[in-house]
Design a protein around this ligand. Structure first.
Ligand SMILES: Cc1cc2nc3c(=O)[nH]c(=O)nc-3n(C[C@H](O)[C@H](O)[C@H](O)COP(=O)(O)OP(=O)(O)OC[C@H]3O[C@@H](n4cnc5c(N)ncnc54)[C@H](O)[C@@H]3O)c2cc1C
Length: 466
């Protein structure tokens, strides 16, 4: 029998456990044990219900175009629980000089594809609009090496698009800054477009033409009862005896071909394979005495921290301009606006059935790589700041019925320039350590579907060695 340890019970580790359990039921002679340091499973995926509102403490959905999350739901028999975002209200606003401006129609991520809305929008200056027009005629261009997402976007559309779109959009996904994130790691599709077409706008239009006419699915997918539903469905498939919560692993060791898994309480167990599904800096600590070079590389991965704040309001008396029902998905705040808020989602519009008719729910994001100190700010001060800034931005003075604050310390890996080279080197060093697999958001994708795939692949890797 092959004994496999999984360290970390977020969605990456749970996906690995699910794949191993499936293999076991299909006859593979494996036995896995999942170690999770906290007393709950799911990691940053956590859903709460407060006064009839469904609150996501961490991720609220995933990109529909990435298939692994929906595939997992199908395997779990909960595909009927998948829901799409309410794209009828899919308008996003950007704060510019204190005023919310709607992102113009036809903007695909940050690439303009429609002439008239781009010409008319007050989001960009005339200089930027001219630059966008010129970009349309750019020639194919192959970039060697890596550069920052900011440098890449600036080459195409100028600095204003970096400040007003690229940076806030990437902060929304990675909690990071466009100046540091690697274009090869976070915008690989744009690099392909540049190589083939030169102009991103032309490339995007060509891609849109090829899309099937009925292919207009919602951009985001989630679960009816929140993302925790996915965690719970995976857990229901696992053998409870194979799960150890409150089990912090403090080190790994090698004895012959065995892996020794040492817990904080100093108990140890032997395994044939180990899947580490924790953040990379934890993996670095675990591997320090086994492979210091690999541990060093893993430890170099930067992380950002974030705080999410949910605020519930009574619909009657709500005075938030532009945040009422049907007003859009929310807004992003460029750093040049000098606010602590990074973004705000109007949950009642994005996923209406998560909020009763007589309630409105805002979800606000703070932190990211430019504001790591927010994690140390006491709850009352965070709430005060959020309410002051919401008043400045939305004119919102109504008293919230409830609020919830969630802190996520060093939870988002930062794919900085050179990331893919580092990951390739991590993979090379890992491959020479028999029986070790790595999963999580530090390697080839930060989103929930990427993490599910990383866990499944890590389990596949462990099984292939059996
Ligand atoms: C606020 C926020 C919003 C997000 N929004 C979205 C979104 O809308 N859509 C999307 O696709 N993605 C989103 N993401 C990203 C995505 O949710 C994460 O990348 C993903 O869930 C990470 O899963 P994971 O299992 O790799 O890591 P984690 O969820 O961090 O799990 C790692 C687990 O390892 C455990 N652990 C750590 N150390 C040890 C140890 N020594 N021994 C044992 N266990 C240990 C931890 O307790 C934790 O449970 C968001 C992330 C955050 C933080």
């Amino acid at each position: 029998m092959t004994r496999i340890a999984i360290i970390g019970g977020g969605i990456s580790g749970l996906s690995a456990a699910f794949r191993l359990e499936r293999a076991r039921r299909e006859g593979a002679d494996v036995r896995d044990t999942l170690f999770e340091s906290s007393d709950r499973l799911g990691g940053v995926m956590r859903t709460e219900r407060v006064e009839g509102c469904l609150i996501e403490a961490g991720p609220d959905s995933f990109l529909s175009e990435k298939q692994s999350a929906a595939e997992l739901c199908r395997e779990l028999g909960i595909a009927d629980q998948l829901i799409g975002s309410n794209d009828a209200y899919r308008r996003t606003y950007i704060l510019v000089k204190g005023r919310l401006i709607e992102m113009p129609d036809g903007l695909q991520f940050m690439v303009p594809t429609k002439l008239w809305p781009t010409v008319m929008t007050p989001l960009f200056s005339w200089g930027t609009k001219l630059r966008m027009a010129r970009e349309f005629f750019a020639s194919p261009h192959q970039t060697n090496g890596d550069e920052s997402a900011a440098a890449f976007v600036e080459r195409h559309f100028g600095p204003e698009v970096v400040d007003r779109l690229a940076d806030p959009l990437l902060a929304g996904v990675y909690g990071g800054s466009a100046e540091r994130l690697s274009v090869r790691a976070v915008l690989p599709r744009f690099l392909d477009m540049e190589a083939r077409y030169g102009s991103l706008s032309r490339a995007m239009l060509a891609a849109m033409k090829k899309r099937p006419a009925n292919g207009a699915r919602p951009i985001f997918t989630s679960m009816k009862d929140g993302m925790q539903q996915l965690v719970d469905a995976v857990l229901a498939r696992l053998d409870p005896d194979a799960i150890r919560t409150g089990a912090r692993i403090k080190a790994l060791g090698r004895e012959g071909s065995d892996w020794i898994v040492l817990r904080q309480d100093s108990t140890a167990a032997r395994f044939d394979r180990v899947i580490i599904a924790t953040p990379a800096y934890i993996a670095a600590g675990l591997l320090r005495s086994v492979e210091p070079h690999l541990a060093g590389l893993l430890g170099e991965t930067a992380y950002s921290s974030s705080v999410t704040v949910a605020l519930g309001y009574a619909t009657a008396g709500f005075d938030g301009r532009g945040a009422k029902r049907e007003d859009g998905f929310g807004f992003l705040v460029p750093r040049s606006e000098r606010k602590r808020l990074l973004a705000c989602t109007f949950v009642h519009n994005k996923f209406p059935h998560r909020v009763p008719e007589d309630r409105l729910l805002l979800r606000v994001f703070l932190g990211g790589s430019h504001d790591p100190d927010v994690l140390q700010v006491p709850d009352e001060e965070i709430l005060r700041t959020v309410r002051v800034e919401l008043q400045q931005i939305l004119g919102l003075t109504a008293e919230p019925l409830f609020s919830r604050i969630y802190r996520w310390e060093r939870s988002m890996a930062q794919y900085e320039v050179g990331h893919l080279e580092r990951v390739a080197e991590v993979e090379r060093l890992r491959a020479v350590l028999p029986g070790l697999a790595l999963a999580g958001n530090a390697y080839r994708g930060i989103g929930v579907p990427d993490c599910i795939k990383s866990g499944m692949d890590a389990a596949g890797n462990a099984l292939s060695l059996c």
